[in-house]
Design a protein around this ligand. Structure first.
Ligand code: SF4
Length: 466
């Protein structure tokens, strides 16, 4: 039984690429269940089209994973796979939220909703023993359709309670030398990095209104520190990692555990390999000791979701459950520990005005992180923001692809809010933050600026043209 696990090419995002850990987990689970003919095809790094790959090698099952911005690309991949006679299955955040939409594509046979490790193993086992479609109805988390197109949704699969019991990702299947580094602070792309990602916990109990976590859910589940360290050791000592990125929704929810993990990295000497927290940290689960330990443990950079500089927007619209005092404390402690800092800021949440967005820019200037990432609010399906915009505003995007969060256009119209003002304030934030004499001098001194001069000039043009 030949199985290909697929991620569509992500041209929407910048040229930095890292491994798709979710596919690694699916491959690890299939391998542990005894399936040996598994491979990963990541459109972001392959030099052969999916069509050519399937032409060259017969494949029984093609399983495609997609977040919302890549769902149309996933459907296109399913069409290609179907043309080569494969059984097609699509999973990931978007089909989990909207399985009917994906199953209405005639090229898609099945959808996996939620965490997929157990579902895909049971599914492949059923296909291997030649189970009739009706027999698939016992597989939790699977959606499917009959020949007449009628769609069925099996009961949901509960979140995996014990993450230590999930087999580790099949890292060997990634063409690791084709991915770049994870460190935006270097500015340049290191084509020789062996950058791996690691998941130490899944889920998050917070309810930030713009955040979508349909796969990992609202219940925080953590791997034991020992289990994480075993994997970390393998990445460093067996796979030669030169950089590691934690991709948890919220890795520091349990402060004590976060510190234990850092102490473990120090004791095992694994702190020689730099690491970052890709999705940032939550400021209200930090203290000065945590940042000192992180620094000693090899962490290079920490990112924080600051989101807004306006108290009402932060509390009632973003629902971030953190205070400015906690934000300031986290930046202060992280900088004091010698860590590079990164801040995430959102413009154009419902009800924003020039004054609220100016406060956000002002806060970014005050916090002065090494890197500031300004985003225009994007309502993703499955979020409270999506519900608010759908019921009270008007979404501009004509396709899921257009919802990509890094767009520099407002994504929706909302009563009392001017979308052009949002775009103007977003451009202004970049200009005011990055084109200060202090910043320009720093950039001027950086060798990467000169190495990547054309890209840097393009960036500058983008932020000055509103
Ligand atoms: S943004 Fe972070 S803290 Fe907020 S709900 Fe999402 S994962 Fe949790």
């Amino acid at each position: 039984m030949k199985i290909l696990l697929v991620s569509p090419e992500a041209r929407l995002w910048n040229s930095r690429t890292h491994i798709h850990n979710g596919l690694g987990y699916l491959a690890g689970a299939l391998d542990a269940a005894g399936f040996r003919e598994i491979d990963i095809y990541d459109g972001a790094v392959e030099d052969e089209s999916l069509d050519a790959r399937l032409e060259r090698e017969h494949t029984d099952i093609v399983a495609i994973s997609a977040p919302t911005p890549l769902i149309e690309a996933a459907w296109n991949y399913a069409r290609i796979a179907k043309a080569h006679g494969a059984i097609t299955i699509v999973g990931g955040p978007h089909p989990t939220l909207m399985p009917d939409e994906t199953l209405q594509n005639e090229s898609v046979d099945f959808v996996v909703r939620g965490e997929g490790e157990e579902t895909i193993v049971e599914f492949v086992q059923a296909i291997q023993r030649g189970a009739a479609p009706d027999e698939l109805s016992g597989i939790k988390g699977l959606s499917w359709k009959k020949a007449d197109g009628k769609i069925f949704h099996n009961v949901a699969r509960p979140l995996a309670p014990d993450l230590d019991a999930i087999p580790m990702p099949a890292y060997a299947l990634f063409k690791i030398e084709r991915y770049t580094n994870l460190q935006p602070l270097t500015d340049g792309l290191d084509p020789h990095a062996r950058a791996y990602t690691i998941v130490t916990s899944r889920g998050c109990p917070y309810q930030c209104t713009y955040c979508s976590k349909p796969i990992t859910g609202d219940t925080w589940r953590a791997r034991s520190v020992e289990n994480v360290l075993r994997e970390w050791k393998m990445l460093v000592e067996d796979l030669g990692a030169t950089e590691i990125g934690i991709t948890d929704d919220i890795w520091n929810l349990n402060l004590k555990r976060a510190k234990e993990l850092c102490r473990g990295l120090i004791e095992l000497g694994l702190n020689r390999v730099p690491w970052v927290t890709i999705h940032g940290m939550k400021v209200n689960h930090t203290d000065a000791e945590l940042f000192r330990l992180m620094k000693q443990a090899g962490c290079k950079r920490v990112g924080f979701g600051v989101e807004s500089g306006d108290e009402e927007i932060l509390k009632r619209v973003v629902k971030k459950s953190q205070t400015f005092e906690q934000v300031r404390g986290a930046f202060r402690n992280a900088k004091a520990a010698g860590l590079q800092t990164m801040g995430f800021f959102i413009y154009g949440m419902p009800g924003e005005t020039a004054a609220t967005m100016d406060k956000t820019t002002q806060l970014a200037l005050e916090l002065d992180p090494d890197l500031a990432h300004f985003m225009i609010a994007a309502p993703y399906p499955g979020t409270a923001l999506w519900d608010t915009v759908s019921s009270q505003g008007k979404l501009y995007a004509q396709s899921w692809r257009e919802l990509a969060i890094q767009s520099d256009h407002a994504h929706f119209d909302f009563p009392g809010m001017d979308p052009q003002l949002v775009e103007q304030k977003w451009h202004e934030a970049y200009r005011r933050f990055y084109f200060r004499p202090k910043r320009l001098w720093k950039r001027f001194k950086s060798p990467d600026t000169w190495r990547n001069l054309p890209e840097r000039l393009q960036d500058a043009k983008r932020f000055f043209v509103t």
